[in-house]
Design a protein around this ligand. Sequence first.
Ligand code: FAD
Length: 470
Amino acid sequence: MHKVNISRRAVLAGAAATVVAFDPVNMGWLTAADATPGVRLPNLDGEIVVDEKSRTEAADDYGHLVHRVPIAVLRPGSAQDIQKLVRFANRHGLTVAMRGQGHSTYGQAQASGVVIDSSTLSTIHRIGNGHATVDSGVRWLDLIKATLAAGQTPPVATDYLGLSVGGTLSVGGIGGATSHHGLLVDNVLSLEVVTGTGELLRCSPAVRPDLFHAVLGGLGQFAVITRATVRLIPAPTTARVYHLTYPDLRSLTAAQRVALRDGRFSYLEGQATPGAPFLLEGVAYHTPPAAPDDTALLSGLAPSSVQITEMPYFDWLNRIWDVVQQLMALCLPGPWINLFLPDEATDAYVTNLLAETTPADAGGVVLLYPVLRSRIRQPFVRLPDSPVVFLLALLRATPTPEDAQRLIRVNRAQYERAVAVGGTHYPVGAIPLTQPDWQTHYGDQWRSFRATKHRYDPHHVLGPGQGIFQ
Ligand SMILES: Cc1cc2nc3c(=O)[nH]c(=O)nc-3n(C[C@H](O)[C@H](O)[C@H](O)COP(=O)(O)OP(=O)(O)OC[C@H]3O[C@@H](n4cnc5c(N)ncnc54)[C@H](O)[C@@H]3O)c2cc1C
C-alpha cells in the first residue's frame, strides 16, 4: 500500500473538511479550499471527512489499545457510496475498514486508509412476519425495540445490545439462547453487500451461497455488509431468571452440562469470576398465564443457593446497558480474551487459568458457558471439534497502559495453551496473532478462506485491522 498524505489545509480546515478530490501525485486528499487540481471523488450521498476529531475517533475502539489513524472517514449516505469508495480504494491502493460501534478491542475495525462509519446507515427498512430488513449500522437495541413493538424478537441476542448488526454478523454473535438457535449469523435470511472489488450484490442460502456463507462470520474480509434480513420469532413478554451458585468450578460446569443436555432453559450462561461465587445463569422465557415450572427447571442441578427473579423480556435483554455505559465513560484499556474450549479440556484449562488470574487481572467478569456445536453452522466461525464447546471470556479492564501490555502477553500465552488443547479464539479480543496463527485458526477451511479472499477482495482492500492478510 502507498503512503498517503493528507493535504495540510484539509486537516487545518477541521470539522468542516469535507473532501472533494484526491491528489494521486502527493497521495493526499483535497477539500474545496485547496487550489491544486486532483482526481474528483465520485459524487456521494454522504461525505468523506478528514478532520482530526473524526480520524482520531476512528483510530480508537473499546480496547483503547491500538490506534491506527486513517487518512479519511466516510460517512456513507447509501450503499452506493460504499461501492464508489471501495472502487476508488482499489484504483488508488487504499485500505478500507467498516466500523460498526467500534466495540472490538484490538484495532479490528481500524485501517490506515479509509474507515467507513456505518452508523450513518441506520434505517430499519421493514419488519415483516418472521423477518426484519435493516441497514448494517443499526444497533441491536434499536432493532429489538422495533421488533418487540410488533410482538417479535430475534431468536438470539448478544449480552450487550449496543453492537451494530454488521459488526456482530462479521464476527458471529453469541448469547445465552445460542444452544437453541445458533449464533446471530445462523439467523440471517439474506444480505446486501459490497465486495472488495466494489460490486453491490445480494446473497442468501439460495443466491450466491458461497458469498453469503463466507461473509457471515467472515471478519469483514470479503465484503462490507450494507443490509441484512434477519429472522424473527414471536416474542415472550417475561423472563424468569435463575441465579444458581456453586462452590467450585467442576460443580458449576457439571450443572451447566445437565441443563444444556435437556435444553430446559431458554437461555443458559454462567460466570467464573475470581472473588465471586461460581454462577449458573438460566432464564425461562414465557408469556403469562403460562409459567415456568421451578421444580422441573432446578431438578438435578444441586446448587448451593438459588435466587429467582422475574422481569419484562426487554429489560432482561438490555440488562447490562447501564454498566457498559459506566465502564465506557472510564475509557480503561480493555485487553479482552475470548476463547472457545472443547468440553473435555474445559475443566482443567479453566482451573489452571483461574489459579493464575487475580481479581484485578480478570477485570470485570469471567464468562463461562457451554453451547451445542451442532447449532453453529457458518463455515468461517471456527469452533473446537467437540459436540459441546465452552465460551470462556475474560472481559478485562485495567487502569494502566503498562498493565494492559502485560495482560496482552498473558493473553498470548493463554491463547497458545488453548490452541494446544484444541481450543480456538473468538476474534473480538486482544491477542497478537501472526499469519500462521490464522492458518491454524481456519484449519481445513484455510484454503477456502484464502481462495474466497482472492475471489472477492483480490487486492486486499478490506479489513486490514484483522491482520489476516496484511
Ligand atoms: C460490552 C460488550 C459486550 C459484548 N457482548 C458480546 C456478546 O454477548 N456476544 C458476542 O458475540 N459478542 C459480544 N461482544 C463482542 C462484539 O460482538 C464484537 O466486538 C463486535 O465486533 C462488535 O460490534 P461492532 O458493531 O462494535 O463492530 P466493530 O468492532 O466496529 O467491527 C468488528 C469487525 O467487523 C467489521 N465490520 C463492522 N461492520 C461491518 C460491516 N457492516 N460489514 C463488514 N464488516 C464489518 C469491522 O471492520 C471489524 O473487523 C461484546 C463487546 C462489548 C464491548
